[in-house]
Design a protein around this ligand. Sequence first.
Ligand code: HAS
Ligand code: CU
Length: 546
Amino acid sequence: MTAAVAPPAPGSHRLAAAHIGVAVAAFGVASAMGVLQGLSIADVNFPWRSESLYYLSVTAHGVLMALVFTTFFIMGLGYALAQATLGRITGRGAGWFAFWLAAIGSVAAAATILMGQSTVLYTFYPPLQAHPLFYIGATLLVVGSWIWGGVMIASYRAWRREHPGVPAPLPMHGMLATIILWYLATFGLAVEVVVMLIPWSLGWVATIDPVLARTFFWWFGHPLVYFWLMPAYVVWYNVLPRAAGGRLFSDPLTRMVFILFLLLSTPVGFHHQFADPGISAGWKLLHTFTTYAVLYPSFVTAFTVIASLEVAGRLKGAKGLFDWIGRLPWGDPLFASVALAMLSFTFGGFGGAINAAYAMNSMVHNTAWIMGHFHLVLGTTVALTFMGATYWLLPRLLGRDLRFPGLARAQPYLWFLGMVLFSISYHIAGLRGLPRRVYSAALSGADGARWHGLTEIAAVGGVILFLSALWFVIVVVATWVGGRRLATPATFEFAVPLRPVTAPGVWDRFGLWTAVAIGLVALAYAWPIAHLLMHPRFGSPPFKPF
Ligand code: HAS
Ligand code: CU
């Protein structure tokens, strides 16, 4: 279910391109803040360094990277894939409305952070309180993404009416599962923000229940990470094997993976709350089991994508056991980005399995280890895939040649190098007890000595990451404004499965799987939330330390 669709009418990718543009802008600003944080932790004294600026910057970095860059990129990728595989976007006007809503919301939220009024981190943890506009801005971003999901589903349904009895094109199957998961996940966030945070920040209620708010946040917060990962997997399954010159190993396995994520991503949130009171050990254990279950689709992905790459290498004449690895196009920016992203995920995913075990979690929770973990999985696995995908998308969306291809080729390797230094150091420093979210790791005595060299290596990694981010932004901006116009825009071509599937199967029954997914969320959350509501509750007044 692949093959290139005829080149679209001029301008039909403008909506997708606008989203990618906002994503790259958010990424650029957030990268600059990231490097300052790494330097601050290593106690490098740069001008204007202060505690309040550090926490402001951590909040802005987290919100812009984790919420704005990702969401805009995913929306842009979704539109590009809908146009390329379905040949249409149904409801383009609604799409533009959603774009502006989300952009205005993001700017409003970011402005309150930069004015120092919303230093609450990207997790919104109450009783830290933000300016009401921060929560309202975040809500607009989410509502914008809901409309995007509606446009995507409408486009698919219109296509299906014309193609009865044909399964969704594989890239769209992955995006549809992502969208349904997103609706399920953001329900938790909507309850937290609309029912709890906004009324509290407006002063309509005096206190808030932090555990209840955190529970709704992590209902959203864990599937959020798969909302980032699944579009990356769409690229791994559908674009990477093609770029490598191979075939997709299995179509049905691919569909199964996305449906398993839809089912298992949400009922796992308590693995972020092992240390929270008010949730009993039995419920935490249930969420541990489901967390271990959600490793499975990633194991299948490792198998399927690597098998697809091996096919590519062998099609190019590779012999022996590992010869195929050398035949892969390591000089192609998309391929290199995604391959390095996969390599990072091998270690980052392993770390995730460690986090999910209660006893080991108590060693690493709230330490720098967690920064090491999520910079491997989000900061590399997902972000590097998105950067590579941007190099692949731009000539197709803009009809322009990539500028500075040498820079684009080297940039993923530079990112990987920076991240090795950054992430390994913080993993080790975390095991040695360095807390996360500290303004400075400088401490006299034995504790300080255990961390000091490591935070400095991490800071060097941070500077390298910043340089790599800068190269990426330079390539994108130069291509946008000065890339040579292609006579015919590059076409979207996707990996062809070794054995194409022609009729819908069990993994195409979205209605059924959505119902099962809702059932699993109810099973995992209904009683613990009811229990929290029945407890005598002592609310907290707001805190604004800066
Ligand atoms: Fe995580 C904390 C558990 C995956 C993001 N995670 C976080 C936080 C973030 C985050 C942002 O159980 C911090 C939140 C905060 O601010 O407090 N995580 C897991 C588990 C997985 C996992 C079990 N995390 C992710 C992904 C993320 C992400 C993906 C973002 C995109 N995480 C946790 C837990 C915590 C946590 C606890 C709470 C910690 C605490 O105490 O606060 C799994 O999904 C991982 C599955 C992955 C694998 C790896 C498969 C490997 C593949 C690649 C193969 C390629 C090869 C090489 C071999 C099983 C698919 C290719 C070769 C070539 C030749 C190319
Ligand atoms: Cu999680």
